[in-house]
Write a protein that binds this ligand. Structure first.
Ligand code: SF4
Ligand code: SF4
Length: 292
């Protein structure tokens, strides 16, 4: 199954709105499945109009461990406190865990001379999927508050989606350039970078592009709200030309996007004038996938 990842660098540029409408447009040409890999703030299902009651197989998962001390066995040597890179252990004669700081790396267990530390599995996310009314499924997960391990959860969501009988996996990555973004991009055949013409949008797009280039993934750029700052739009276009990058689409600022979000309807469905825009975009993405 080939995969396309949509990412942005900066949050709030309209990535999930774009992904939802692109998914519907792609589904007219290919059997697709979506993976919402923004596990810190999963909302693709919401944008596609799915309610929590529609969730299927929604269950807790554990991709991380945390420390449990057996103070009976502890000799108060303080080695765990000294070894913890994340400063997740308080030490006042005996160790005490700072729950939200522990990354589950297991170093303290290795250095403990008395076997007083055990690593135990913790539920750190909820995972599930839903059937959309657009004839494709969306898989998603929601990291629990204060928990870590997002990269592993992203990989799990993608693997779950890949079990579906589909030709194309569309991945909605989180913003930024961290672990969940890297996990979203891993194994992708094509990337769609969504940006907006603001200084931070352009700067963060370039940071995200560095990750895409690291994996040598072909990509194209969407400039959303291109007409709010034509000067920076020109700079992005010049940057794209200088780097032999393709601008897939320039989409104007349009309050229909806001109204569509308020109504939990992808903009391609909310206003038919967007059908041709996203249909052209979908056809371009399919062409790039088939002729890299
Ligand atoms: S598992 Fe790692 S992060 Fe957690 S307390 Fe031990 S050393 Fe620190
Ligand atoms: S390393 Fe083990 S024995 Fe030493 S303080 Fe920590 S828990 Fe106690």
């Amino acid at each position: 199954m080939k995969s396309v990842t949509v990412l942005s660098g900066k949050g709030g540029v309209g990535k999930s709105s774009m992904t939802a409408s692109l998914a519907i447009a792609l589904s007219k040409y290919k059997k697709i499945v979506c993976a919402d890999c923004d596990v810190d703030a999963s909302n693709l299902a919401l944008v596609l109009g799915i309610k929590e009651r529609d969730y299927q197989d929604y269950h807790p998962i554990s991709t991380n461990q945390k420390v449990k001390f057996d103070l009976e066995k502890c000799n108060s040597c303080g080695k765990c406190f000294q070894a913890c890179y994340f400063n997740a252990i308080k030490f006042d004669g005996k160790p005490k865990l700072k729950e939200f700081s522990c990354e589950g790396c297991g170093v303290c267990e290795l250095v403990c001379p008395t076997g007083a530390i055990e690593m135990i599995d913790v539920d750190n996310a909820m995972v599930g999927y839903a059937k959309t009314k657009y004839n494709f499924d969306v898989h998603f997960a929601q990291l629990m508050a204060g928990e870590s391990g997002s990269g592993k959860i992203v990989t799990l969501v993608k693997n779950n989606a890949r079990k579906t009988e589909a030709e194309l996996l569309l991945v909605d990555s989180s913003a930024g350039v961290g672990c969940p973004v890297i996990a979203s991009l891993a194994g992708s055949n094509y990337a769609v970078l969504v940006t907006e013409p603001t200084p931070s949008g352009f700067s963060d797009m370039k940071r995200a592009l560095a990750v895409v280039n690291h994996f040598k993934i072909p990509y194209g750029i969407i400039i959303n709200k291109y007409d709010i700052n034509r000067g920076i739009t020109k700079e992005i276009s010049e940057f794209a030309e200088a780097n032999s990058s393709e601008i897939l689409a320039k989409i104007s600022y349009d309050l229909n996007f806001v109204a569509a979000l308020v109504n939990l309807t992808p903009v391609i469905e909310y206003n038919k004038k967007f059908e041709s825009i996203f249909s052209e975009l979908a056809k371009k993405v399919i062409r790039r996938l088939e002729n890299p």
